[in-house]
Write a protein that binds this ligand. Structure first.
Ligand SMILES: [Zn+2]
Length: 282
């Protein structure tokens, strides 16, 4: 039986997860964090350490960045991810400089945040196998692209995390409704990304307010989590150890894992414990 035919559930037996990912550490993140906190949703904010504190020199809209000193406090309810030191085009930069962009950004942001960084977002959405390899070596657990899937499947490759859509996508609310209302026979992930300066540029702050308010009103059965929390959970699931007949599952991780068995029973596999599955058909 080996891996059995169980279905992974998210914490508290939720079948769905919702996450956000916003790039560049722009000053508009301050307003966005307030909106997210009010709704209780969770976001990964991807920052380039080298451009923190940058002041916009005019232009049609402000793309100034938050100050280094503001980072830890501003994003404390969320997750800080890497975005390359100077937002360079990593796939054609050459390996030595790409390494520097990735590793130095991570090292400096970790000093600011006081913890290891888990997530990365590709500047301009550009990457290569080489860049993926560098991220892995640097200790990143996953990285976001800018390719919309318009779907809710769990990621196959954590270093090519394709979001469901951008917040300006005309299908955003339609997808939100579909996600909320769809029956949940398997774990699903709704993953939205963007840049906070776009709300100034497009004068549409109400768009994100309405969207996250809708998610908050329909939060039953949905896990609001950062990108990194979701990846860590999926990683812990992969580490479960099964007896040959499938009746014993050992969870060697520090994370409680929630399963729905093939018989429709809920099983909570507590962190660091062995669970004997008592399988009784419904
Ligand atoms: Zn960017």
């Amino acid at each position: 039986m080996g891996k059995r035919f169980d279905i992974l559930m998210f914490p508290d037996f939720k079948a769905k997860a919702f996450t956000l990912s916003y790039d560049d550490g722009v000053v508009q993140d301050k307003r966005l964090v307030k909106i997210f906190d009010e709704a209780g949703v969770k976001c990964t904010f991807n920052l380039g350490y080298g451009v923190l504190g940058y002041k916009s020199q005019g232009g049609p809209f402000d793309i100034s960045k938050v100050e280094k000193e503001e980072v830890a406090e501003l994003y404390k309810n969320h997750e800080v991810g890497g975005h390359g030191l100077y937002h360079s085009v990593l796939d054609t930069l050459g390996e030595p400089y790409a390494m520097y962009e990735i590793v130095e950004d991570k090292a400096q942001l970790e000093k600011l945040c006081g913890k290891p960084l888990r997530m990365f977002a590709y500047p301009f959405g550009l990457f290569s196998d080489e860049v993926k390899r560098i991220l892995r070596s640097a200790g990143y657990k996953g990285a976001r692209t800018v390719r919309s899937t318009y779907g809710f499947d769990l990621p196959k490759d954590p270093y090519e995390l394709d979001p469901t859509c951008h917040h300006n996508d005309e299908r955003l609310m339609e997808l939100a409704e579909q996600f909320v209302k769809s029956p949940s026979f398997k774990p699903q992930l709704f993953y939205v990304w963007g840049h906070a300066y776009e709300f100034d540029k497009d004068d549409n702050w109400d768009r994100i307010e309405k969207f996250v308010a809708y998610m908050a009103e329909n939060k039953e059965g949905i896990w609001f989590a950062t990108n990194g929390q979701i990846l860590a959970y999926l990683e812990a699931y992969k580490m479960l150890e099964y007896s040959v007949d499938g009746s014993l599952i050992y969870n060697p991780t520090a994370t409680d894992i929630y399963l729905l068995t093939a018989f429709g029973n809920r099983e909570l596999l507590k962190a660091g414990t062995l669970t004997r599955i008592k399988e009784t058909p419904l």
